[in-house]
Ligand binder design. Structure first.
Ligand SMILES: [Fe+2]
Length: 290
């Protein structure tokens, strides 16, 4: 189970030593979202020096996306926009993240466990036979934006699809909203939705989105009232096929009889127990969009 995180800026978070077993070099991580039941994690890696790891088998569905700097996968150089996806139980080639680089790293349905091997051939021979799916390597910098289908009279959003699991519909993609893109409605989905903002500015019901802001939104949490102040790009992940269900004219009713306190005193009245995790630079949430 992951907490609802909406909205944080990664610069508000502390660094931990990168939990990447069998790696060599120096890498730090900021923990944007974690699931302490199965180890799933969304991390922002900062390489203080070159960092590398041999070929091996990963214990979780594993992804890397280069925000800044560069990463080598089995000798293939990937700059900003480079992306690697490795299914759980699958062999991956050696990896090197260059000093000064920033890389987003996700592990899903498993922890940081890693079985190291001398080379990719040996790792592949030892990987579980059912893990027939291969590794995906993409360079978003060389891909074209495609128009996303939209419901209602909206300026379209644009997509670069990096990976989609054909069985579960789990996907990772880049999304671009043009300046002025707006939606007055609130949407919710049957699946979780997670984003990291790569560039641009947008206001919405949970606050102000800008470069480095992050959200992990569990299934069925409403969100919207979007106004893009500039063109804005995100990397976005979802654990299934994303259907938009829309709400307008929203309302919330909660409360009860105040026995021994002033229910109109903003400092002491009870708050909703479902408030999301927010970091200090995002300020208080107004409750818009409940
Ligand atoms: Fe959404």
């Amino acid at each position: 189970m992951r907490a609802h995180v909406e909205l944080i800026h990664e610069d508000d978070y502390i660094f931990h030593t990168g939990e990447l077993p069998y790696g060599e070099g120096k890498i730090l991580e900021r923990r944007l979202s974690t699931d302490e039941e199965d180890g799933s994690s969304s991390l922002s890696l900062h390489a203080g020096a070159d960092w590398g790891r041999s070929a091996g088998i990963v214990h979780a569905d594993t992804e890397f996306y280069v925000v800044e700097g560069s990463m080598l996968y089995g000798g293939q150089e990937l700059g900003a926009g480079g992306y690697v996806q490795v299914p759980k139980g699958t062999a991956m080639d050696w990896l090197k993240i260059r000093e000064g680089s920033r890389v987003l790293h996700w592990r899903e349905y498993g922890d940081c466990g890693f079985d190291p091997f001398t080379n990719l051939g040996e790792a592949s021979a030892a990987a579980s036979p059912e893990s027939a799916e291969g590794v995906t390597v993409m360079d978003a910098g060389k891909m074209e934006w495609t128009e996303a289908p939209s419901v209602g009279p909206l300026t379209p959003l644009y997509i670069k699809l990096l990976h989609r699991d054909p069985k579960t519909g789990f996907y990772t993609r880049l999304i671009r909203a043009p300046k002025g893109w707006t939606d007055h409605r609130l949407a919710h989905h049957p699946c979780y939705e997670e984003f990291y903002t790569l560039a641009g500015k947008m206001a919405y019901n949970f606050g102000d989105i800008d470069e480095g802001t992050y959200c992990f939104r569990p299934a069925r949490v409403k969100h919207g009232h979007f106004v893009a102040e500039t063109e804005i790009d995100w990397i976005l992940r979802s654990d299934g096929e994303l259907t938009n269900w829309y709400t307008t004219d929203e309302w919330v009713k909660y409360g009860g009889h105040a026995e021994n306190y002033d229910e109109h005193d903003g400092h002491i009245h009870p708050i909703l127990s479902s408030l999301p995790v927010r970091s200090r630079s995002r300020g208080e949430w107004s409750g818009d969009g409940m």
